[in-house]
Design a binder for this molecule. Structure first.
Ligand code: PAF
Length: 281
C-alpha cells in the first residue's frame, strides 16, 4: 500500500492505472475509520482492480463553531486498517496542499444543500461538494463509494456528478449499525456512557416509522409526531429535525405514496447524530 500526499503524483499513478484498462474504486474519508468505512472498502476491493482511499479532514465543511480542531485523527490506526482491508493507495494530502494560499474556487450545493442538515450547518454541503469535486479530479476513479448514513451527502454528490459531468459511477452502501441499532459514525466516540445508552433512539424512531408505514399509515405529519414523541422521552435528546422528504429534491411530502427518505438529526448532549431510512412504496 502506498501513501501519497502529492495530488499530482497520485493523479499520474491513477492515470497510468486507467491507461492499462484497470478499474479504480474510490472511498473519500475524513479518517477515524470504522466498520462503516470498511464495508465501503470491502465492496470496492470486490468490484475493482485498484482501491484508493483518501484521508483528509476537510476544513471547508466545518462551521466556525464545529469540531474541526478536535475531530479524531487516529492516522496510524487508519493506515493499518486500510492496509489490512486491501487498499492499494491512500491519498493523504496536507491542508495547505488542498487549499493553498489564494484558493478561491468553491462548488455550491444549491437548494439541496440548504435543506435538512443544511439548515443548522449552512455552507457544510458546499464544502463537501468542493472537496469531493477536487478529489474526483485527482483520483479519476471509475466508481465512487458513499455510505447511506449520510443520505443527504450522497444525494448532493450524485447530483453534482451529474450536473458537472464527472465520468464516475456512484455506489451507495447500506448503513452499518451496532447491535442496538446505533448507526456507526466517527463522532460516536464523543458520547459518554449515558449518552451512548440514549443514542439508539434515532434508529428506534426510524424503526417506529417503518412499522407505522408497514401498518398502512401514510400521513407524514402523524409519523413525524410519533417519532418526535419517542425521541423526546430521552432526557439528553434534543431534536434538530425529523423529516420525510422525496429522494430527488429533498422536499417534504405530506402523504407517503412514493419512495421517500425519512431522516433525522438529534443532539444527544452536545453530540449531533444523524440517521435515516429509505421507504420504498
Ligand atoms: O463523509 C465524509 O467523511 C466527508 O463528508 C467526505 C465525503 C469524505 C468529504 O470530506
Amino acid at each position: 500500500m502506498k501513501v501519497i500526499g502529492d495530488p499530482q503524483k497520485l493523479a499520474k499513478i491513477t492515470r497510468q492505472i486507467s491507461c492499462k484498462g484497470k478499474s479504480i474504486g474510490f472511498i473519500p474519508t475524513m479518517g477515524a475509520l470504522h466498520p462503516g468505512h470498511l464495508s465501503l472498502i470491502k465492496q470496492a476491493v470486490k468490484d475493482n482492480d485498484i482501491v484508493v482511499v483518501s484521508i483528509f479532514v476537510n476544513p471547508a465543511q466545518f462551521g466556525p463553531k464545529e469540531d474541526f480542531k478536535k475531530y479524531p485523527r487516529p492516522l496510524k490506526k487508519d493506515l493499518a486498517l486500510c492496509r489490512k482491508a486491501g487498499v492499494d493507495l491512500v491519498f493523504l494530502p496536507a491542508e495547505k496542499i488542498m487549499y493553498p494560499q489564494g484558493y478561491s474556487t468553491f462548488v455550491e450545493a444549491g437548494e439541496l444543500g440548504a435543506k435538512l442538515c443544511g439548515i443548522s450547518r449552512p455552507g457544510h454541503f458546499g464544502g463537501v461538494a468542493t472537496v469531493v469535486a477536487k478529489l474526483l479530479n485527482i483520483v479519476a476513479p471509475n466508481i465512487l463509494y458513499l455510505g447511506q448514513k449520510d443520505a443527504q451527502q450522497a444525494i448532493i454528490i450524485t447530483r453534482m456528478i451529474k450536473d458537472l459531468n464527472f465520468p464516475v459511477k456512484v455506489k451507495v452502501m447500506p448503513t452499518v449499525r451496532q447491535k442496538d441499532g446505533l448507526a456507526l459514525s466517527s463522532r460516536n466516540i464523543y458520547l459518554n456512557n449515558e449518552q451512548r445508552k440514549q443514542a439508539p433512539v434515532l434508529s428506534k424512531a426510524l424503526s417506529l416509522a417503518e412499522s407505522l408505514v408497514a401498518g398502512g399509515q401514510r400521513d407524514a405529519a402523524r409519523i413525524i409526531s410519533r417519532m418526535r414523541q419517542l425521541i423526546e422521552k430521552k432526557k439528553q435528546a434534543k431534536i434538530d429535525y425529523v423529516a420525510i422528504v422525496d429522494l430527488e429534491k429533498l422536499e417534504s411530502i405530506k402523504k407517503i405514496n412514493q419512495s421517500c427518505l425519512i431522516a433525522l438529526a438529534v443532539r444527544i448532549g452536545k453530540i449531533r447524530l444523524i440517521d435515516n431510512t429509505i421507504i420504498s412504496v
